[in-house]
Structures are given as C-alpha cells and as structure tokens.
Design a protein around this ligand. Structure first.
Ligand code: UN1
Length: 481
C-alpha cells in the first residue's frame, strides 16, 4: 500500500503532482509513498497563508492553544504502535526505538500544551513616578521549520509544538527521506483544531523550499536541524533576510572512559551512544576517549557487545541496528571507514550485510588506535561508526574531548565524583552526561550545543520560549483617575 503525500496550505490538502518515491531502507522493493516537491511559488503561498493566519491564532486564548496540543498528544499516544511502525518502515529505526520516539512526540506535545498555559510576564515599577512597565512575551509571527530525517516525528514536534504554543503560525518543510511521518503529524495537529493556515506543510528540496523559507522576508523566525554544511548556509541566508534563526547541526561527541569507570556501564553507554539509531544521531558518542589502564578491557568488551548486535530489517523485533537511511549516507559511512584505515586506524566491522530483503545494511564499526587529528575524529560520519582514542589520564582526556570544532554533547564514565564534577564544568558542550550515553535526551529540559554544533537559543523545555517568543517592554502612564 502506498500513499501520495500532499502539501497542506491554508487548510487545504494539495494535489499529488509530480512525485518522488519514498523507499523503505530495510527493503528497497517496498515503496511507502510518493512525495511532491514544491516550487518557490508554492512556498510563498504557504508563507502567505501562515502570515494571514497569524493575527487570529496569536489572539487565541492560552487554553485554546493548549487544547489543540493536548488532543494531538492524545491521538499520537493512541496511535503509537501504528505510527512507530511507519517510522521504522520509512526511516529504518528499529521498531522499539521508533515506537519510543512516537511516545516522545506525545510527551512533547503534552509538555508544550502546558507551556501554552504558562505564558507570563513581569510588572515592574518604573523609575518614573506614576508609570509602570510591563514586560511581556508575544508571538514572533511566521516560523519556518526545517527538519532532518533521523528523528522524523520528535524533532518536528519539538519545533512545531512550541511555535504553536507561543501563538506563532508555521510553514514546515520536512526532510525528503521522511515525508510520511511529517504528513501524519501535520494531519493530527490540523484535525486537533488548528485554524486554516496556522500550520502549513510543504514538501520539497532544501535547495528550493529550504532556501525560499530562509530568504523570505515574510518568515519571522527560522528553526533548522540538520547538517553543518546546510545549517551554515541557512543561518547566513536567514541573517541576510533579517530573520531570527536557530540552527542545530552536527556533533563529534566525546565519551571519556576513565580507569575507575564501571566497565559494564561504560561499555553499555558507549554501545548505546555509538550504535543505537544506527549511529544516525547528532548526539551519537563517536569519539571514545579511554585512559590507558582500562583501554584494552574496554575495547575487548565493546567489541563483544558490538558483534552481538543484530543488524537487520527495522520491523524485525530482534534487530538492534537498522539499515543506514539511504545510498548516499551508506557511501559516506564507507568512505569515512576507508579514510580512517588510510590514516592508520584499525577498522573492525563496518561490512555490508545481506538480509532477506535488499536494504542498506552495514554492520557497526569500531576504529581503534586512532588519534584526535585523524579525519574520523574531526568530521561527523552520521553512521554506526565510533573510534577509540587512548590517552594517559583525565587531563589529557579532557583536552582531547574539547579539541573539536563541535560542542553538542559530551560524556564521561567514571566512579570519581571529582572527575565527574570537573568534566561537567569544563566540557565545552551544551549537554554533559555522567555515566550515561551522550545521546538520548529528556524532552522537558533545554537541548542544544555550542561552537560549531549550534547557532542561536536552545530548544525544548521552558527555554524554548527564548526563540519562539519575543519580549515586549511597554511603559504605561495611566494618568490620574
Ligand atoms: C537524542 O539524542 O535523544 O539530530 C536526540 C539529532 C538531535 C536529536 C538527538 N537533534 O540527532
């Protein structure tokens, strides 16, 4: 069964038009649907629809906005298994992780339903007699949302839900690899009671749709998650158009393992952080920085764990590592493994795997004997690939951890409170994890990085308001009664 996805503009689902197949990466003979690709004019129509809907949506009560997000949360929750199945089929995330991601989307919707009701402000006495100052938060206006394929419902939700909660209207451009999940999320929100034009969905390429959103003077704010290369361009285009912009890009996240770590815990944290979701997470633990005393035992244990991970069809419940998302990503993963070997690393694993269905299956890989100057440790691979860097002690580990252009997430496995506290403070990253994988974050607290990983305010939690609302300062002199 396949579907023809359609744009949603001004509350109307468009015609299917010319369409690109959406292929299951676990089974290339399974075409899930066909997605259209918008031209620039279609994007402008969507932006105009969002701009026209902005005055009335921004004037709705907090309760009305909370109710929409709350009913969407309930529907996502009640269809969790079905939507998880679609996510696994479309993106290749193993079914258990895919279903959990749908649950996360329901929680995000519920959290931001609450946030809509918590919109507040300050009433401040003026330095001038008789005057008061009101500091309030208002919607920014039209928000452009550009999302990647690797969390095809969680990331769109954590951008669209706060945008709507704070009274903004949205034009949403999902990744080309995951049109199905985008269509389901938008359909659910639309039927939950959004007025026409409050949420518009436009399929298509980054080069046409993404660029048109980034350059449009009628888009007031643009939120992006994706690669560094694309993100930098989006930030530059948006800044040139005078648009508020937030970009969450790549990572090369260090995981430090010290001699005093709980070995089993460290192995499990690294296996999860490096290989779950096929390593296709900007928060993946990709540089494992290990002190000398534990190095050999750690590598041996991690290799055993890695070799035990079943690679296969995302809908097979035994699968731990699903397929790589597409041919281009598979080629990139293999290219980095070749480069790592050429630079002197020892590559273990990282082979194509044959299964009953034709899919982009790659076994997880560990590159040992690397140093931090190698390309495998400088550039994001975005696949089931991690490398090990051996260091002398904690000080060298911290230095290596911070010696990177990125700064999204950083982890440490240690039994030492002193080392954990020092690392928490000294790691140059937006998120620090102690005795836990660098990936896999909560939905109710801020998310985001520093340095080359991120641009602009953080996402999620109550901090999302910094981006999705703007602060107005009103001076009121009521005069004499
Ligand atoms: C997580 O690790 O739970 O694209 C979330 C990414 C991140 C999300 C990671 N923006 O991988």
């Amino acid at each position: 069964m396949s579907t023809h996805y359609r744009h949603l503009i001004r509350g109307r689902w468009g015609d299917p038009g010319e369409a690109t197949p959406n292929v299951n990466p676990s089974d290339l003979d399974d075409t899930i649907g066909y997605a259209p690709a918008a031209d620039e004019e279609t994007v402008q129509e969507a932006v105009a629809a969002a701009a026209d809907a902005a005055p009335s949506w921004s004037a709705t009560t907090p309760e009305a906005r909370a109710d929409v997000l709350d009913s969407a949360a309930a529907e996502v929750r009640s269809r969790q298994a079905e939507l998880g199945g679609l996510l696994a089929r479309e993106e290749g995330k193993p079914i258990a992780e895919a279903t959990a991601e749908v649950g996360r989307a329901a929680h995000l919707l519920r959290f931001f339903a609450g946030e809509a009701l918590r919109v507040g402000g300050d009433l401040v006495p003026s330095v001038r007699s008789g005057m008061t100052v009101e500091v309030t938060r208002e919607p920014v206006g039209v928000v452009g949302v550009i999302t990647p394929w690797n969390f095809p419902i969680a990331i769109p939700t954590w951008k669209i839900a706060p945008a709507l909660a704070w009274g903004n209207t949205v034009v949403f451009k999902p990744a080309e690899n995951t049109p199905g999940m985008a269509g389901e999320l938008v359909d659910i929100l639309h039927r939950a009671g959004l007025p026409d034009g409050a949420l518009n969905l436009v399929y298509g390429t980054g080069a046409v749709v993404g660029r048109a959103l980034a350059e449009s003077p009628r888009v007031d704010a643009l939120t992006f998650t994706g690669s560094v290369g694309v993100g930098r361009g989006v930030v530059a285009q948006a800044a040139a158009a005078g648009t508020r912009v937030q970009a969450e890009m790549g990572g090369k996240n260090p995981m430090v393992v010290l001699d005093d770590a709980d070995l089993d815990l460290a192995i499990e944290a690294c296996a999860n952080g490096a290989y779950f979701s096929t390593g296709q997470r900007c928060t993946a633990s990709s540089r494992l920085i290990v002190t000398r005393g534990i190095h050999d035992r750690f590598v041996e244990g991690l290799l055993a764990r890695m070799r035990g991970m079943r690679v296969g069809h995302a809908l097979d419940p035994r699968t731990v590592v699903g397929p790589v998302v597409d041919a281009r990503q598979l080629e990139q993963d293999e290219r980095y493994l070749r480069v790592a070997a050429e630079e002197g690393g020892e590559v273990i694993g990282g082979h194509r795997v044959e299964r009953d269905t034709r899919g982009y299956f790659l076994s997880p890989a560990l590159v040992v004997g690397t140093d931090n100057a190698m390309r495998i440790n400088r550039e994001e691979v975005f696949g089931p690939v991690a490398s090990v860097i051996e260091v002398a002690d904690y000080d060298e580990a911290l230095h290596v951890a911070n010696d990177t252009d990125f700064g999204l997430s950083a982890g440490i496995c240690t039994g030492s409170l002193a080392a954990a506290k020092d690392f928490t403070r000294a790691a140059r990253a937006g998120m620090v994890m102690v005795n836990a994988p660098t990936a896999g974050v909560d939905y109710h607290v801020p998310f985001g990085g520093m340095k080359g990983s991120s641009y602009g305010p953080k996402e999620q939690g109550s901090h999302a308001r910094e981006f999705f609302s703007f602060v107005k300062t009103a001076y009121v002199n009521p005069g004499r009664p």
